[in-house]
Design a protein around this ligand. Structure first.
Ligand SMILES: [Fe+2]
Ligand SMILES: [Fe+2]
Length: 318
């Protein structure tokens, strides 16, 4: 798999972002976030992050329905987070911590990967805890069941691969998801219209993810040069698929959410289609993936025509 290039003698040595982890990580330093009652005038999710709410057929719904859709969007986000952390990120960081990825990494990075395992398990746990509290206060259960789009897409991509290289898909999907900056983690911590417990939970998560972003950017810088040409091409053409899997609106989840309206199925599909024009989806994905795309550019990923073509085809390069 690897080209045999020794990349630990990087001119840019690894500098840990975790030196103050004991004092600053949410698992060590932040309290449990509690939701005991509904806060008057606060929302469960920012409406701007739920484009279907601006569709004329949804706008005319009663305020109670709109509030319910915002609540359901929060549940979709929390389920997404729990699946992402428990089923993809933590297994990958465990492999990194046990030096089972096939890549040579500095010892300090290995030690940091244990801290990420701990952080991510805590993120899943506090997301589930918040979800249980939200259900208890609102008496409304999550309407969306079943796995999120990113998980079914990742599995479909892996099914097409030789079993020997499937672990690389999980590893580089993790690099992608840990270096993207979503509107949720970036925006909600500052948004005081959002319920305090939700805002603070997401703020705790975002702060930890800042350190993870730095780690996984460096991980990519160490790992990518260690891939031989064949594996670079294989992984490189999968990278845009992973960006799309992570960022593309989850149509099944939106469809299930919109069952809270009295719209029939055909209208629901129309609302979703009109709320997410392709140009907007692609522009939003490029914005959220900007740091990740710069990371790939710096490391020469786009020098291969086959790889840059796959980014173009997926609407991530213009
Ligand atoms: Fe996380
Ligand atoms: Fe993370």
């Amino acid at each position: 798999m690897t080209s045999g290039t020794e990349s630990l003698d990087s001119p840019n040595p690894y500098r840990s972002s975790f030196s103050s982890w004991e004092k600053r990580s949410s698992v060590r330093a932040k309290p449990r976030r509690t939701l005991e009652e509904l806060e008057q005038g606060k929302v469960f999710f920012p409406p701007e992050l739920v484009p279907v709410l601006y569709h004329p057929l949804v706008r005319e719904q009663e305020q109670q329905v709109i509030n319910s859709l915002l609540l359901q969007r929060l549940h979709v986000y929390l389920d997404f987070t729990e699946d992402l952390e428990q089923l993809v990120i933590t297994p990958v960081t465990q492999l990194i911590s046990r030096r089972r990825t096939g890549f040579e990494l500095p010892p300090e990075m290995i030690r940091d990967s244990y801290k990420i395992c701990t952080d991510e398990a805590w993120h899943a746990q506090f997301s589930d805890d918040l979800q249980c509290q939200v259900v208890s206060v609102t008496k409304e259960k999550p309407a969306v069941v079943g796995e999120p789009y990113f998980l079914s897409r990742l599995r479909a991509v892996k099914t097409e691969l030789d079993p020997a290289v499937r672990p690389l898909a999980d590893l580089f999907f993790t690099v992608v998801s840990e270096t993207l900056i979503s509107g949720i983690l970036g925006g909600i911590p500052k948004d005081h219209r959002v319920c305090t417990a939700v805002r603070e939970t997401i703020a705790d998560h975002a702060e930890d993810e800042g350190r993870h972003h730095a780690f996984f950017s460096r991980f990519f810088e160490y790992a990518w040069p260690q891939l031989d040409r064949r594996h670079k091409e294989l992984v490189g053409t999968l990278l845009p698929e992973f960006v799309v899997a992570f960022l593309k609106p989850d149509v099944d989840a939106m469809t299930a959410m919109l069952q809270h309206t009295c719209l029939d199925r055909e209208s629901v599909l129309g609302v979703i289609e009109e709320s997410y024009p392709t140009a907007r989806i692609n522009a939003d994905m490029r914005a959220a993936a900007a740091a990740t795309l710069r990371l790939f550019e710096r490391n020469g990923v786009f020098e291969s025509e086959k790889i840059s073509d796959s980014f173009l085809r997926n609407g991530l390069l213009v």
